[in-house]
Design a protein around this ligand. Sequence first.
Ligand code: ADP
Ligand code: MG
Length: 241
Amino acid sequence: MNENQNGSATTEEEQFLAVRDLEKIHLRGETQVPALRGLSCAFEKGSFNFILGPSGSGKSSLLYLLGALDDPSGGEIYFQGKSLKSLSEPQRDHYRREQVGFIFQSFNLLKTLNAVDNVLVPFLPQGISADLRQRAVELLKQVGLGHRLEHHPHHLSGGEQQRVAIARALLKKPELVLADEPTGELDSASGAEVFRYLRQLHDEQQTTVIVVTHDERYLEKADRLLHLADGRLVREDVHTG
Ligand code: ADP
Ligand code: MG
């Protein structure tokens, strides 16, 4: 149970995204490595959230579980009132592919494809309509890459590659965008640009964004901050700076 703004209790079923007593134990050979040790929190629809904490505190593990890219060892995640555990494999697949957009630290673009085609990659299995291609082009323009449409990744800077990855994540109009250290490989000017465009698309699409970082330079007023340490939520606040 969590408190809502009126101070009355809400259940996980009523929340956009809720995490209850989440545990993750990784296996390294035969050694058990605990990454999350009973973490509970909730995310409001349309919010912009940061998960902060030192290296090894469980940030990536949490993000992968939220995106159903990995399975918890204990506890539950509820998306729009439904436990991810209760979904069938096709439903989980639908969640991952249609409702969640993932942005990785290392961009994960395909070397042999140009910017437009990289944005379209998630839709390749179902075929690309002219409308969809046009939307990919529009999105690339929105992230400031209108002059780079035909460029392949090796002719793009790191910041430009990450902006292609943002366009790719947002083409499907996801309910939820998860970004794991999206500026981790960028200099601060490129990092600032990445956040500028990510926030712009967040405002336009009213999507919910959760960004993992250990870099606090990109925080803005009213962002929600979740601080992890040793696999636990140690503090939760709203950025006032
Ligand atoms: P963060 O993203 O905050 O650096 P992680 O979630 O990546 O933290 O890691 C939390 C802990 O889990 C660390 O001790 C890490 O070494 C361990 N860990 C993460 N992924 C794996 C994995 N695939 N196999 C084994 N151990 C892992
Ligand atoms: Mg990490």
